[in-house]
Structure formats: structure tokens, C-alpha cells
Design a protein around this ligand. Structure first.
Ligand code: MRU
Length: 351
């Protein structure tokens, strides 16, 4: 692979992130030396995608402990401050809070810097395995020839391993399936056109970038076997927050009889939020809408509204593809059973 989304540089205790803001034109890395810098990189979308955000934040916590220990400062105030600044970086992807809670469980119990770094590295390795398991479960239901519709970027750039939805597309291609993918360009940040296409070009997966508004038309006129997207938070009833435009895509899929799947690690499931109405939706600056590639496309002074995510109601979702299997409706029952199974009890994927 010609790029690596993140890398921990032990010698300098820095987190090296591929700066996704400049892809596909420039492959350039940033070395972040403090948890505040890591939080800034999450906020400005140097790193993005729910799993990648979570693991980056875990390294930010480890970094806080390492810096405090090296300076002989007390650990807990440093960790509390780092936790606060990282928690405030982006609101919607629950993986951020999941990762910070997991790290906080350790440092509140007295873990030191070495143990916190080891835990961040465990999370890094886990993500790789989880991504592979998601792809393997998906492959089991895919035909030999398959055309996908995909939204945003959910691949290696959004994770540590191959990613979720885009990881499925990549692994299906590598497994010898005859794969084609339509990639929504994903306005306003263009993660589909810039990042997902960058990845699929790299892997040699046949695809076409389409404008977001083309999905219903393409599903009506052309072969599409499955829409598959990632997600930032799944509520207890299966309502799913993902990049703005996902809900539109799900509606288009339903109207055209195309099964709509959401691929996610179980760390994206948030049983504490009963339904999608309780999910905070990040609102970003108007300029993302008003400009394309730095160039203003709207009249001077025109207003804009820029919600970065939307919530797809559970009734539009055929299944959630997790590392433990494919969760089918009724999601309220089956998601609880899935997470109970993760703790060693019964696993029911509602197949
Ligand atoms: C496996 S990534 C899943 C989601 O995080 C992805 O679909 C998405 O919405 C990313 O949004 P972004 O704003 O680029 O961080």
C-alpha cells in the first residue's frame, strides 16, 4: 500500500497521520506531538472516519501520559485535560467516545503511560482484525458478480485496517468477484471523489464517481445489487448516523428494491442512545458548502447550512454488517443480543 493512515512513532512519542485534506493530489504526513494537536487534527479532518478517529484519540491519551511522566507531572490532571480536549473534537462518531471511555477505564484505575500506550496499540490491532471479519461476513452473502453503491469514504483511510464498507468492496475484488462500485462524490468534502476513488484506483477496483443526486437514477436504469455504507453511530433501535446524504441514498435504494447495508464495528453501536433523534449531528462551517476547492461557487454573502451527518431510519436498513455477523431486524432486539454475546453470552444475529 502506498499510504498509511496512522503510525505511532515510539522514539518521539508522536502520532503520524496521513493528512487527508490534501488527497488525492498530495500524500503528506503530519507528526502530532501533543494530545491537543491530535484533537486539532481530528477537528480539522486531517484524520477522519469513525474508527480512525477513535484509535487516534486513544494515542492522544497515551501521549498525554507519556508527556506527563517524562516531565514528572502528575498523571491524572494531564489525562483529564487530554480527555476533555479530545472529547470536544467532533461530536457524532461514537467511536471517539468509546475509545476515550476505554482508555479512561484504565487510567482511572491507575494505569501508567506504558499500559495506556499498549492499550492504544491493542485497539490499533483490533481494528485490523475487525475490518477483516466485517469483510468476511459480507463476502458470505455476495454473488459472484456484484455492483455496489457506496457513500463517503469508509476504507483504509477511515480506519486502521481495510475499513468497513469500502473494505468489503476491496476484499470482494481481491477474492475474485466481478466487482463494480458507484462512488457518491459526497458533497461538501468530497470524500467519495477524493478519498474512496483514490483507494479504489490504488487497489485496481473498477468504479465510477457519480454526483450525489444521481443515485436514484442509476439504481433505476442500471444494475446495482447492494448499497453499502459505513456509519458513525448506531442507536439502540438501529437508526444509523452517517455522512450527510446517506439517508437520501437509503430512500433511493428502497424505492428501487436495492438492499441497503451498513457496515460497522460493534464499537459504533451506542445502546445508550435509544433512537436516531438522540444523536448529535455535527454542523460545520458554511464555507464548506459555499466553496469547492477553495473557489466560491455561491453569490457573495449567500447563506448556507451545513449538517455533516444525517440519520437513516432503521426501516430502510436490510442489515448491519459487524465483526460478529450480520444483524437483521428487529434491530432493537438483535443489537442488544449481539453486544451481550460480545461479553460471552448468547449471540443472535437475527439471520
Ligand atoms: C468506516 S468510516 C464510517 C464513517 O465514519 C464514514 O462513513 C463517515 O461518515 C466519515 O465522515 P467524516 O466527516 O469524513 O469523518
Amino acid at each position: 500500500m502506498a499510504f498509511q493512515t496512522m503510525e505511532w512513532i515510539g522514539a518521539t512519542a508522536t502520532l503520524r497521520l496521513l493528512d487527508q485534506r490534501f488527497l488525492p493530489e498530495v500524500v503528506q504526513y503530519r507528526d502530532l506531538a501533543t494530545p491537543e494537536a491530535v484533537a486539532g487534527a481530528i477537528r480539522d479532518m486531517t484524520v477522519r472516519g469513525a474508527p480512525a478517529i477513535g484509535v487516534s484519540a486513544a494515542f492522544g491519551i497515551a501521549q498525554a501520559a507519556l508527556l506527563a511522566e517524562a516531565a514528572g507531572r502528575p498523571l491524572i490532571p494531564a489525562l483529564e485535560a487530554a480527555d476533555g480536549v479530545l472529547r470536544a473534537s467532533r461530536p457524532t462518531a461514537v467511536n471517539l467516545f468509546w475509545a476515550l471511555d476505554r482508555m479512561a477505564g484504565l487510567w482511572r484505575a491507575g494505569a501508567g503511560a506504558a499500559q495506556l500506550l499498549a492499550e492504544a496499540q491493542v485497539m490499533e490491532r483490533e481494528d485490523i482484525a475487525v475490518n477483516e471479519a466485517i469483510a468476511a461476513h459480507a463476502l458470505a452473502i455476495l454473488p459472484q458478480e456484484v455492483t455496489f453503491f457506496h457513500h463517503c469514504n469508509t476504507g483504509a483511510l477511515a480506519a486502521v485496517g481495510v475499513g468497513t464498507a469500502l473494505g468489503i468492496i476491496r476484499r470482494a475484488h481481491e477474492a475474485g468477484r466481478k466487482v463494480f462500485a458507484y462512488l457518491d462524490e459526497t458533497r461538501p468534502r468530497l470524500q467519495g471523489a477524493k478519498l474512496s476513488s483514490f483507494e479504489l484506483m490504488e487497489y485496481g477496483v473498477p468504479h465510477a464517481i457519480v454526483v450525489d443526486g444521481a443515485s436514484a437514477h442509476i439504481m433505476r436504469r442500471r444494475r446495482v445489487d447492494m448499497a453499502v455504507v459505513g456509519c458513525d453511530r448506531v442507536a439502540a433501535n438501529g437508526d444509523t448516523a452517517n455522512k450527510i446524504g446517506t439517508y437520501n441514498l437509503a430512500l433511493a435504494a428502497q424505492d428501487n428494491g436495492v438492499p441497503f447495508y451498513v457496515a460497522c464495528p460493534s464499537s459504533t453501536i451506542d445502546l445508550a442512545t435509544p433512537d436516531g433523534d438522540g444523536i448529535e449531528i455535527e454542523e460545520r462551517e458554511a464555507d464548506e458548502v459555499l466553496r469547492i476547492g477553495g473557489q466560491r461557487v455561491a453569490p457573495e454573502g449567500a447563506p448556507a447550512f451545513n449538517p455533516a451527518f444525517d440519520v437513516t431510519p432503521n426501516r430502510l436498513i436490510a442489515g448491519l454488517i459487524t465483526e460478529f455477523g450480520i444483524v437483521r431486524p428487529p434491530f432493537d432486539v438483535n443489537l442488544r443480543a449481539l453486544l451481550a454475546g460480545r461479553d460471552g453470552r448468547v449471540v443472535s444475529c437475527g439471520k
